[in-house]
Design a protein around this ligand. Structure first.
Ligand code: SF4
Length: 377
């Protein structure tokens, strides 16, 4: 029996594998991620890290030669066990997607109005006039001028930005509970981008719609999402609230990604920071942590095993040597605010404090902190 506290969607140990010349390669590996109700979750990472593939896996629309394993729990039911007919009823109605490439996602031989109206005919049938009115209403809301004229246009007659708006309108027509938005605003100019984001926020608030916003645009995710998950080479490496992740990234890759964002450029500096090296090939994934070849903190354990999950539900990270973090921990009866290095799976750690009320802190000593397990497993 589901309660209102249960997440709308829970991915558990999700993997997407491809078989190539007799060998199997995982493009998404053991991904566990939850999307609560009425929440906007950002999913970020470099191109090819498995973000879009994850969204397609949720809809059970992976590429033809891919296989899925793990669990995709939606309303408590594992979508990997649901018959194809039930999946067809679910796509577009309960879960819909804004595809990254509207040019290929739209049918070139049908008008965009016809294609949009089909969504209503399948999921929310009504009279022809009522459905046409609803399509025109949404076309106008997403900023399509002369919506009644555009209704009869073919995809090739529209600009890239206009096609993207059609896709956004189509994704909202079924009143979904979950929207998978894959780079929803890439083809739009800055003004239209704000308008679309506002519309999505409005829809999310008005109808309790959850959104998985996939993007490599960190600034967009920062302004739009509530929590954010970071993927690297098919793995989830960090997840936290937007405020927490952008102010205290724990994973070296996340820190590098934030530093490489244009908004991180300091005045007078013209060159963007980059992360040295490249994302590993799917066919040549290193053992252990896939980021190890590019990571300045890599140590022996990093090259042997993928790190376990550290942290709690508010900030989780997969790293053997996470970065400094500010925590509050207990020393006897006293709560102490401290900076510490994260100690992975150990049950205690050393923390640095300048808490003046502690006599030994005046000596600037390291103190042993044992109360942190309530914050970090
Ligand atoms: S596990 Fe090791 S290699 Fe991977 S990000 Fe952490 S420190 Fe770097």
């Amino acid at each position: 029996m589901l309660t209102s506290n249960d997440p709308l969607l829970a991915l558990s140990d999700l993997s997407v594998r491809f078989t190539l010349r007799g060998s199997t390669f995982s493009a998404v590996r053991s991904l566990s991620l939850t999307i609560p109700r009425s929440t906007i979750v950002g999913l970020v990472g470099e191109s090819g890290c498995g973000k879009s593939l994850t969204a397609r896996a949720i809809l059970r629309l992976p590429p033809q030669n891919a296989s899925l394993s793990g669990q995709i729990l939606f309303h408590g039911a594992n979508l990997l066990d649901v018959p194809e007919e039930a999946m067809r009823a679910l796509r577009g109605r309960h879960i819909s997607m804004i595809f990254q490439e509207p040019q290929t996602a739209l049918n070139p031989v049908l008008t965009v109005g016809h294609q949009a109206q089909e969504v209503l005919e399948i999921h929310r049938p009504d009279t022809k006039n009522a459905m046409r009115e609803r399509v025109l209403e949404l076309f106008s809301q997403v900023g399509i001028p002369n919506a009644d004229l555009r209704y009869a246009s073919y995809p090739h007659e529209l600009s890239g930005g206009m096609r993207q708006r059609v896709m956004i309108a189509m994704s909202l027509l079924g009143d979904p509970e979950l929207l998978l938005a894959d780079e929803p605003t890439t083809a739009l100019d800055a003004t239209m981008r704000q308008q679309i984001l506002f519309l999505l926020l409005e829809q999310s608030a008005a109808r309790g719609m959850s959104i998985l916003c996939i993007s490599h645009d960190l600034d967009l995710v920062r302004s739009f999402a509530e929590t954010v998950a970071v993927m690297y080479a098919g793995r989830l490496v960090e997840q936290a609230s937007v405020a927490e992740l952008f102010s205290h990234p724990l994973h070296p890759y996340t820190k590098g990604l934030l530093a490489a964002s244009p908004s991180a450029l300091k005045p007078g500096v013209r060159r963007l920071t980059t992360i040295p090296g490249a994302v590993p090939q799917l066919t040549a994934m290193p053992k252990g942590c896939p980021f190890a070849p590019r990571c300045s903190l890599a140590s022996d354990p990093c090259r042997k095993d993928f790190p376990p999950r550290c942290g709690d539900a508010s900030h989780a990270v997969y790293c053997w040597n996470p970065l400094w973090v500010h925590v509050t921990c207990s020393v006897g009866q006293k709560k102490v605010s401290a900076q510490r290095t994260y100690c992975g799976q150990k049950k205690s750690c050393w923390a640095w404090t300048d808490e003046r009320s502690l006599p030994f802190a005046k000596l600037s000593v390291w103190l042993m902190c044992t109360g942190w397990t309530s914050h970090f497993l």
